[in-house]
Every structure is written in structure tokens, then in C-alpha cells.
Design a protein around this ligand. Structure first.
Ligand code: SF4
Length: 216
């Protein structure tokens, strides 16, 4: 009979300890993030990435409640993954690289057909930046995909398992895709859109080209 209050007392202590540990981890991670933002230097990238990944949602809430730009959390994770996985990406064979653009980069007048297997079948109409880029990639036998959704990348990689991937997307999508690919140990590099939103977004195509063709 007396065991029940003891059980709740232990549960209460465990809960308080868990909250204290969580607060300490959030403080440590916030200090690491602050150092990255202020000094533009990533210290202990793997530890920082682990902490930010683990505390992703509490950190985002904290940024929002402090009226700070919560996309910084994603941008930092993307930068760290680029740093950690970039070497493998840049040393990969050019012919094994694939590029994945987001659906929203297309023109609203895009007439290309969409299929679950190949995504947007770009006909290089010239109404958006993808067409010209695809032409250059076609000449170099590099595959370009325009993804109708996040899960599309996983499907593409099932068909092309030896690939290294250059991803272009907004901060949330890019971070999410890079997180999924990094668990599968796929060499990857991410480039953020310069203009976000759901339609007619934009990216620095010169930067995308530079990263696509760079071999170290
Ligand atoms: S270039 Fe390709 S993706 Fe862009 S609007 Fe034309 S068909 Fe669509």
C-alpha cells in the first residue's frame, strides 16, 4: 500500500533530473551556436551536430520565443554537414554525382510532366534556371532531378545507390534531406535557396555549378 507514494516520489525525482539535464544541454548547445554565429568557426563539429540534432525542436522553440531567426538552427546543421561530409562529396567521381532541385524552383508555367520515378521530366523550355543547368549536366552525363517531395530523394537513391548528391532546397527541407542521407552514409553537399517560398524560388546557379564540378 505504501509503495505507490514511493513510486511517484522516484518518478518525480527522475523527472526533475531529466529537466535539469535538458536545460544544461540546451545552455551548452546555445553557447556552441553563439560561438559559431559570432566567430564563424565550427568547434567540435560532430559533437555540436549531435547536440543540435537531439535538441532540434526545443532549440527552435527557444529561438522563436527570443524573437530570433529560427532558420539559423537549420543553417548551422547544414554548414556542419557540408563540412563533415563535403570532403567525401568533393572526392567522388563527377559521373556519379546527381543533382536534386526542389519543385518550387520551376516556373509556374512549367509544362513538364511529373512522374513518381523521375520527378519532373524537364523539357528545357528555358522558363526557369533548371533548363539551362540540365543542358550542361546532360552534356557531362550528370543526372538532374527535380523532386516533387522529400521522399523522392530516397527513391532516386535506391535506383542510383553509388551516387553522391548535391541537394538544393530551403533550410528546413535541406536540413531534413541531409539528415536522412547522412544516416545512410551518402556523400552529400547542400546549397540553400537564395529566395524561399512555395513558388518560383531562386538559387545561385553559379554556386551550384561550382560545387557540382569541383573535384578535390
Ligand atoms: S526549364 Fe524545365 S523545369 Fe523549368 S519550367 Fe521549363 S520544363 Fe519546367
Amino acid at each position: 500500500m505504501n509503495d505507490l507514494p514511493n513510486f511517484f516520489a522516484v518518478l518525480g525525482v527522475i523527472f526533475v533530473i531529466a529537466v535539469i539535464v535538458l536545460i544544461i544541454l540546451i545552455i551548452i548547445t546555445s553557447i556552441l551556436l553563439y560561438t559559431i554565429i559570432k566567430k564563424k568557426k565550427i568547434i567540435r563539429p560532430r559533437t555540436t551536430l549531435f547536440l543540435v540534432d537531439t535538441l532540434y525542436f526545443p532549440l527552435k522553440r527557444l529561438f522563436v520565443s527570443l524573437n530570433l531567426d529560427e532558420s539559423v538552427v537549420d543553417q548551422i546543421e547544414i554548414n556542419i554537414r557540408n563540412k563533415i561530409l563535403g570532403e567525401e562529396y568533393f572526392s567522388s567521381n563527377l559521373k556519379n554525382r546527381i543533382v536534386v532541385f526542389p519543385y518550387c524552383l520551376r516556373s509556374t508555367e512549367c509544362k513538364a510532366k511529373v512522374s513518381p520515378e523521375v520527378g519532373v521530366n524537364c523539357i528545357k523550355c528555358g522558363k526557369c534556371k533548371i533548363g539551362e543547368f540540365k543542358e550542361i549536366c546532360d552534356q557531362n552525363s550528370i543526372k538532374v532531378f527535380v523532386a516533387p517531395g522529400g521522399s523522392f530523394v530516397k527513391r532516386v537513391l535506391k535506383k542510383h545507390p553509388a551516387s553522391s548528391v548535391l541537394l538544393v532546397a530551403c533550410h528546413v527541407e535541406l536540413n531534413e534531406m541531409m539528415r536522412i542521407l547522412s544516416t545512410k552514409k551518402i556523400p552529400e553537399y547542400g546549397v540553400l535557396l537564395t529566395k524561399t517560398g512555395c513558388i518560383e524560388t531562386d538559387v545561385d546557379m553559379d554556386l551550384v555549378k561550382e560545387i557540382l564540378f569541383e573535384v578535390r
